[in-house]
Design a protein around this ligand. Sequence first.
Ligand code: PSU
Ligand code: MN
Length: 311
Amino acid sequence: MTNFHIRLGAEVADALRDGRPVVALESTIVSHGLPRPDNLRVARQIERAVREAGAVPATIGMIGGELVVGLDDAQLTRLATVDGVSKLSVRDLAVAAASGADGATTVAATSAVAAAAGIGVFATGGLGGVHREAAQTFDESADLVTLARTPIAVVCAGVKSILDVGATLERLETLGVGVVGYRTRRFPGFYLTDAGFDLDWSVESPEQVADVLAAREQQGVHGGGLIVANPLPTDEQLDPALHDRTLAEGLARLGREGVTGKAVTPFLLAHFHSATEGASLAVNVRIILRNADLAARIAVAAAALRTDAPA
Ligand code: PSU
Ligand code: MN
């Protein structure tokens, strides 16, 4: 293969051409973040949530070396069910393409590809961030530095407590990535409503997020990403005692089993899913569906602003 251009799914291509709302979705949560067989069912549910809120879903991944924005159902099924799907960050995209690989894109890779394709809003569950022990291991997700240079709004429920949340927020500040709480001034902790840190800014509506994006573009000063942190309501979070117990066990297993590098995040997520007997999975699914809905409403508001704008 020598044509390595990004392929747009037909529906996504039409929507982008017509200026209709599109929401990017990542595929690493499907291949590496959620257990089979729930992963495929959930991947389809996420796309449905985007549609129900009025936008076109564009799940991003690599099929046989081709980067696809708007995977069709057969391609989504392939990434959810075939063994040997690679986890692709930004640096892997070209090598994987030249190797003809099947791959799932992380938040970093999805953001970069979505922005390159002209998509401005992205929904996921949780971002990668600074790992605990990062002072020794230097393990910090490429999600952070990629968002520093990628003009996209990412709707997420913060970062998981498997990470060092405080250090992640400090790095986001250093890197110049905007962070706003959606109807909150507290940063969410994915499974938990509140990770224990204050935010400087909150927004109250999808329209207000669309205004932030319009302001960024018109000012032409800041080209980086915006994190829209959307917490679960407290009555829907994972039981905090169960959460703390499971986390302590998972971190101990990491050390005992010598897990490092890009295997760390999938390992801890799988530990949560099995150790909580599905409770964390149910919470994870609620988070993603809520984020998909909010991202779609932001994309709708942003498209309306573009239409209303004087030429
Ligand atoms: N956080 C989650 N679920 C996930 C991930 C993060 O709650 O599945 C995935 C995302 O694709 C994210 C990646 O971009 O893990 C981060 O991995 P790493 O820490 O190796 O950068
Ligand atoms: Mn890492």
